[in-house]
Design a protein around this ligand. Sequence first.
Ligand code: NAD
Length: 250
Amino acid sequence: SSLLDGKVAVISGAASLRGIGMATARMFAEQGAKIAILDLDGKAASDAAALIGPTHRGYACNVTDRAACQGAVERVLADFGQIDILINNAGITQPAKTVDIDPESWDRILDVNLRGVLYLSQAVIPHMQQRGQGSIACMSSVSAQRGGGILGGPHYSAAKAGVLGLAKAMARELGKDGIRVNCVTPGLIQTDINAGKISDDKKVEILAGIPLNRLGNVQDVAGAFLFLASDLSGYITGAVIDVNGGMLIH
Ligand code: NAD
């Protein structure tokens, strides 16, 4: 049997075809899950879901909008009847020096990466509590741990560090309801978020600091999400899984 047979997974930010969310959706579907892709553009989300197969669906949802999160989750429940897994993956980044971070940029980066995790989690938690089960996995970054990944500014590091604190606190609060909450902290993964933004010289410099001597790919992160979503990790909550090729070893 497959790892996610009979499960329904909501994945935010999964409409980007070369992104981590879509790779996670594909891997979960291969393991028997039904997938609800939530992203800014409803058409892009539906198209992405259709690429995976006819049983999956896409929904418009801006994770910074609390009512939109509630509405999307209600529609997923109407369509699928249950939600077993939430992957809080939606995120944006921006390079910046500390003194140059203006209020709008701070709000934008914190809103999508951190506030969005709260709002979408708030939308699914009551349902998971009713059923007494659920797995929530949140996207952080090595940037949160080492003070900058490669591209994101200090506001991005702050947002992703905030995700770690929020997820750990939710794990502590929701364990009694059978809900597990964990995080992944990827290093540099090749997706549209950084495509064309790293010169060849810079790449050589980055690789010198990565023991596994390669950049990450989307499947590397999807695999960690699969572990956290499945019952293989049934006694793991409040954990942070590094997916960074050894770029940061604690
Ligand atoms: P990506 O740009 O391909 O995917 C991000 C997705 O999030 C897109 O589909 C986008 O439309 C969606 N999104 C943006 N704002 C949204 C909003 N307000 N509401 C809903 N959806 C929204 O990039 P990716 O690299 O696949 O990024 C996925 C996650 O991984 C992000 O949280 C990112 O910060 C994180 N991450 C990426 C790397 C990396 O090196 N690529 C490393 C660590 C963490």
